[in-house]
Design a protein around this ligand. Sequence first.
Ligand SMILES: [Zn+2]
Length: 171
Amino acid sequence: MPSDADQMIEQRTSDTDRVWTALENVKDPEIPLISVVELGVIPEVRIEDGRVTVRMCPTFAGCPALDVMREDIRKAILAEGFGAVQVDVVFDPPWSTDRITPEGRRKLKEFGLAPPAKCNGSVTGDMLDQVVCPYCDSDRTTLESIFGPTLCRAIHYCNSCRQSFEQFKPV
Ligand SMILES: [Zn+2]
């Protein structure tokens, strides 16, 4: 027989799992293929007395998608039957493209976005110049514009398959 304490811990674990599962269904408003979990913007989930607190680190300051994402997160967790949900925007840890999960990177590529190089906090020019084409894996690519349709993307041209593609810039 499991003790009461064991059961309580089990209950808490399954609640936390439910929150994470709900979060996996919340997509980045700009790249609807990738979830907020894969994007690495959720450093922590806490549940206390049925109240859920989600910490979220914003990808780019002032990104208009931020409010949408916050509201989507709240709704997704409320839909799981939790009574109260609070989404705190935190800047510690700071978000970096290094936080994007391997699955997230695979999906970015599938979406035609070159995944960002791992930068460990310092971005070098090479990371923007030497980018592998997400369509044909060629490295014969040229940086066309450092500013794509959004601040977080740069535009490149592949000399091999002759297509333009976007890169999720390392941050
Ligand atoms: Zn190509």
